[in-house]
Design a protein around this ligand. Structure first.
Ligand code: ADE
Length: 225
């Protein structure tokens, strides 16, 4: 899968998108991620990509021109399934959306500055707006990183155990059951006996009961989805 991220702050994305599982997923060639500096698409002598707003509001506004130029340069090379704009106005990102997006071939994520982007970009150049939650970030870069992370780990081969992404919290609207490692007894805090029993069917049943109990207690809203 290929993801192209367009941003005015590439340095905000480079480290998180090169580290740990995401870095390895890229190194293995499973995720072809490209981070583009919007300023590279400016025709201005000073590489400016924003200007003052019409109507006398405070702050600067990202201009449509360099954004359209960046998107068109990418679209000239391949078909894109989605051009996503990160915005708190969008549909809230969740696991089903991550699953669905992980099946796409090519996507563009445009990192915005929520109020500070020419509205015509949102009207004419993008296919959907996605939010990562009901709060306002300074820009869309962290939202793009969150989405890319959640998508990348679902790509086949990204994480060792093929089943582990499927058994994640949220994949079946259940929180994951508790998990433990050695020592079995730490200062009297003991791992549940059933996990040490070696009885596979009982362990599975215990995990399901725990998943249901934790979901009921912590996220009852998931059970009624
Ligand atoms: N940009 C600013 N806030 C955001 C949010 N909550 N989700 C996605 N993009 C954003």
């Amino acid at each position: 899968m290929r993801i192209d991220i367009i941003t005015v702050l590439p340095e905000m994305l480079e480290a998180p998108m090169s580290t740990s599982i995401i870095g390895r997923t890229r190194a293995k060639g499973l995720l072809d991620l490209h981070i583009h500096n919007l300023r590279d698409y400016s025709t201005d002598k000073w590489k400016r990509v924003d200007d003052y707003p019409f109507g006398g509001e405070a702050g600067m506004v990202l201009q449509i021109e360099p954004i359209e130029r960046a998107i068109n340069a990418l679209k000239a090379q391949r078909h894109y399934d989605e051009v996503i704009f990160t915005s708190p106005d969008g549909k809230t990102f969740d696991q089903p959306m991550a699953n669905e997006m992980s099946l796409l071939e090519n996507i563009i994520i445009l990192c915005g500055h929520y109020k500070g982007i020419d509205y015509r970009v949102r009207e004419h150049l993008i296919t959907r707006e996605i939010s990562i939650g009901d709060y306002v970030l300074t820009g869309g870069e962290l939202a793009a990183a969150v989405m890319t992370d959640a998508i990348a780990r679902l790509l086949p081969g990204a994480i060792g155990d093929a089943e582990s992404a499927l058994s994640d919290t949220f994949q079946d609207n259940l929180l994951a059951p508790p998990i433990y490692t050695r020592p079995a007894d730490y200062k009297g805090w003991r791992v549940p006996d059933v996990l040490l029993s070696g009885h596979a069917a009982k362990i599975e049943q215990w995990k399901m009961e725990q998943a249901l109990e934790r979901t009921e207690r912590l996220r009852p809203d998931l059970l009624h989805k």
